[in-house]
Design a protein around this ligand. Structure first.
Ligand code: F6P
Length: 324
């Protein structure tokens, strides 16, 4: 292997830049060439490449988003699109690819590898933490800190006005962000897709907390929660059935995906980049690098996509006890 390409694809996440920096500098360390691909697989199809050396990634370890930009490519889902992408890589004399992103990114890498036997390595980058084979995806820790900070601020208003706030957080189909920020911010209740609390128990819990002398409350709701109502319908339902509280909704939205990466994400990104490049140089392919028991581990891309990320439901009990 003499030349490695790196791209970011799917939703951006804090720590992606630190991972790009790590891939580029690991290539430089091993005296091989590195090329950045702009706009994910779409840029690969269009040949939107840029040679990168160690100095070209200066000053980005602390930046959110991705300097290589990200895009979702419908064309790459077609055999014709992938053929064009392969030809671009050949033209550029690229021997291997590091793809940073989530399960969609890995699916693309895996299909590409199976069609062209092209060496690929995945780095998990998504705030959702919904990837099997790593305890943490890049951006997840930063998002947790961002959300906790936001909820702390909302709490100021909640307690000043004796209000009940439903705070909706991201996470797609999983509740990692909701569960951990719910405990970290001391939420009264946490609604996640993995455990259906049910409307009756929610009302009962809120009533109980009012009776125990609490004047305000925060309920963290995962966007993928399946309580049967979206967060605004939930507000209306509680308004109708619980006169004790004045209820408000706050949907945190994309602010959760931005910002400077936490130290944890920067270190994780640095480790993942080194592992990805060195694994390719050792002849390995079609894996994702991940963090398991504080050690870098490789998981076949197929398992990373198909497996279920493990959520720690023990935290629901901790939350229950903490809100006594
Ligand atoms: O996967 C990251 C994520 O932010 C999810 O938490 C959210 O459901 C989704 O992306 C939002 O996607 P978009 O930015 O395309 O609206």
């Amino acid at each position: 292997i003499n030349k490695i390409a790196v791209l970011t694809s799917g939703g951006d996440a804090p720590g992606m830049n630190a991972a790009i920096r790590s891939v580029v500098r690991t290539c430089a360390y091993h005296k091989i060439e590195c090329v950045g691909i702009y706009r994910g697989y779409q840029g690969m199809i269009e040949g939107d490449f840029k040679e990168m050396d160690a100095r070209s990634v200066k000053g980005i370890i602390n930046k959110g988003g991705t300097v290589l930009k990200s895009a979702r490519s419908d064309e790459f889902r077609t055999p014709e699109g992938r053929k064009k992408a392969f030809n671009q890589l050949k033209k550029e004399q690229v021997d291997a690819l590091v793809a940073i992103g989530g399960d969609g990114t890995f699916t693309g890498a895996m299909v590409f590898n199976s069609e062209y036997d092209f060496p690929v390595m995945g780095i998990p980058g998504t705030i959702d933490n919904d990837i099997y084979g790593t305890s943490h995806t890049l951006g997840y820790d930063t998002a947790l800190n961002t959300v906790v900070e936001a909820i702390d601020k909302i709490r100021d208003t909640a307690s000043s006005h004796n209000r009940l706030f439903f705070v909706e957080v991201m996470g797609r189909d999983v509740g990692h962000i909701a569960l951990n920020t719910g405990v970290g911010a001391g939420a009264e209740e946490i609604l996640i897709p993995e455990e259906d609390l049910g409307l009756d128990r929610l009302l009962e819990s809120l009533r109980r907390s009012k009776q125990s002398g609490k004047s305000s409350s925060i309920v963290v709701v995962a966007e993928g929660d399946k309580i049967g109502k979206n967060v605004f319908e939930l507000k209306d339902y509680v308004d109708e059935n619980l006169a004790e509280y004045e209820v408000r909704v706050s949907v945190l939205g994309h602010m959760q995906r931005g910002g400077s990466p936490s130290c944890f994400d920067r270190v994780l990104a640095s480790r993942m980049g080194v592992k990805a490049v060195e694994s390719l140089l050792e002849g390995k392919s079609n894996f994702m690098v991940g963090l398991l028991n504080d050690t870098m581990a490789l998981t076949p891309l197929e398992n990373a996509i198909k497996g279920q990320s493990k959520i720690n439901l023990e935290l629901l009990r901790v939350s229950d006890i903490m809100t006594t």
